[in-house]
Design a protein around this ligand. Sequence first.
Ligand code: ADP
Ligand code: MG
Length: 457
Amino acid sequence: MQDNLWQAVLGEIEVSVSRASYITWFKNTRLLKYKDEALTIGVPNVFIKQQLEGKYNQLIVDTLAKNGVKPERVEYKIHSSVIPKKSPEMQETASAHPQTSSESTKATRLSTTTLTHTYRQGLNERYTFENFIVGSGNELAYAACQAIAQNPGSRYNPLFVYGGVGIGKTHLIQAVGNAILANNPKAHIVYVSTEQFVQEFLDAIRFKKNTDFAGYYRGADVLIVDDIQFIAGKEKTQEEFFHTFNALHQANKQIIISSDKPPRDIPTLEERLRSRFAWGMSIDMQNPDFETRCAIIQTKAISHNIDLPPPVVEYLANLVQTNIRELEGALNQLLAFCEMRALSPDIQLATSLLGSAKMRPKHLNSKQIIERTAKHFQIGIDELLGPKRDKDIVVPRQIAMYMLRSELHLSFPKIARELGRKDHTTAIHSVEKIEKEVGFDTEIREAINQIKERLYA
Ligand code: ADP
Ligand code: MG
């Protein structure tokens, strides 16, 4: 009885807070007692107790009231019965959870009649245009995807987007599917990872159900194939995909393909596929620049109701320069740490939590920093290390010293020696000067970011 009440309350809370908050703060709670006007909720640990008391008490009281329960007091008690055991499924609440993707995929494939009910499963609703930050590296791909979403099959067919790991390819191509579905819920959007496509194809051959397989993909209005590079070396699958491609293309159905490299660099890609990929439009997605990375961090933080101080945002943006998935990971690590301890994120916390050497490749050395800096400013290494005191050599030299300090934590005498100076006070002054200037001189900051970007690429 009481269990049902609490399930109902949890069910409502689940839809009113973020999924992450729900799982972190609410999932492992129980109603322990409701007697004599006091209602006691069991929680697994003191962090959750503090968070529910401090932040969510009103929500809980209100939701209880909506369910007709108005206790005088709500108490939170750490209780062994709710400390999670090592069996996540058993801890799931009774409220509805989406099917796991493998289940739903199976259901989709079993019969075409279920297609309209489950086709959405291939797409993750989290990936939308609205929460995709547009910057110089991805604006072209974004524009093409928007155009396709408005008018699938008419232009840019196929669309082939390629670029490095974690820069938003999957997000963007799924956003197309989600946007088309929002306009037209009946559209048959088929999103598939190439690995899944290969696997299904092999299964289809093995179990002699080739027609189902072919029919499923050829029945799509929009076919989105992610990470096509994995089709390399799979001759039979390439052939099958070739026929699927032709059937869809002839029927003016939209095809969107992603890859980590351009078609010409995919080894053992059949020539006829390669040439077909070139029929439409190929777009190179570039690494996000500093501003884009800052905007992504800021937006994600705000979606967690946290306003990050600008130094923290910039720190994160410098810490992870190419892979947005890792950028999100670093941010989430910081937010989780702060949430657990009820701290607000600041630069000290961020540096001590994330500043450890583990994010940095170990092979970086002084020589690389000096070479990269000279190259960036288009001057010779001998000039950088030499005696000249012209401004356009002195500043790069100071920046090189600054980077030896910030990236390798070298001592000042060592920094001086690396730059061919005798006096280590020059190194101290140089590093201090640049340290100050990165604060207000955008040109210097941008130069340093670019050098770092290349060093850590
Ligand atoms: P890829 O497929 O290129 O490896 P993903 O699309 O999986 O990269 O992106 C990695 C993560 O970064 C996802 O969580 C995605 O939502 C996020 N992401 C990537 N680009 C952006 C962007 N421009 N704006 C917001 N989030 C982004
Ligand atoms: Mg991807």
